[in-house]
Design a protein around this ligand. Sequence first.
Ligand SMILES: Nc1ncnc2c1ncn2[C@@H]1O[C@H](COP(=O)(O)OP(=O)(O)O)[C@@H](O)[C@H]1O
Ligand SMILES: [Mg+2]
Length: 248
Amino acid sequence: MLTVSRLAKSYGRLQAVQDVTLQVAPGQIVGLIGPNGSGKSTLLNCIAGTISPDAGRINFDGHDITGAPSDVVFRRGIARSHQDPALFQRMSVLDNTLLPARKQAGERARRAPFHRLWRAQETTLAGRAVGILHRLRLRDHYATRASDLSGGQMKLLELGRSLAGEPKLMLLDEPTAGVAPNLAYEIFEQIAALRNEGLTFLIVEHRLEILFDFVDHLFVMHLGSVLAQGSPAEIVANPQVKEVYFGA
Ligand SMILES: Nc1ncnc2c1ncn2[C@@H]1O[C@H](COP(=O)(O)OP(=O)(O)O)[C@@H](O)[C@H]1O
Ligand SMILES: [Mg+2]
């Protein structure tokens, strides 16, 4: 579904990502791990189109999306969440979830004044947003301002926002950062449930004890390159990974 080939990105003389090749098959949950500064976020940013790689190719769903801007990548079906939730702090939980829906007729200038032309669609979208919030356990918070949520709820809301765009592939950057352990596990249970409904995930995560319970495959980055890949069992047993990642 996603193929990254020989990708490179540098900042001045710093090679943040170098010669990275990886694949994500449909329906997989793939983990991307590695020490701080190893290039994980930069790689996700290149895939999501928020930054443009210097070299290499990115293919998604049969299309070359190398260097494509983020709105084009999003329309192709890739959504991403950030390490620090990118929410509209002063808007309600429900409004945050409604924003990313595709092709909203009411946004088109010539149709906007004719509410009856798009009311049905708006109702459908709102219904879907409510469904998403319900399953993410935010149903008691529709009207809450995003800024009033707990850290864990903000992470859930960001996940919900990404879902509202009906993506095929989700790129998650540390979906449980700053979240209490119980809720962190719950977030991954939600991810697994979404995968069972057909979604595909590429996830950067530091909490390996949780991640390893859910991933099909892992890539380990170190100094901008892929150091190892394999199943959780293979990664745990890999001596190079132990050395650079677990410090053993
Ligand atoms: N916008 C930027 N400008 C300069 N250097 C950056 C920028 N973004 C990331 N880096 C550097 O690139 C390297 C990889 O960073 P990053 O991709 O954020 O790693 P990770 O997500 O694995 O912690 C780090 O050395 C980081 O300091
Ligand atoms: Mg990062």
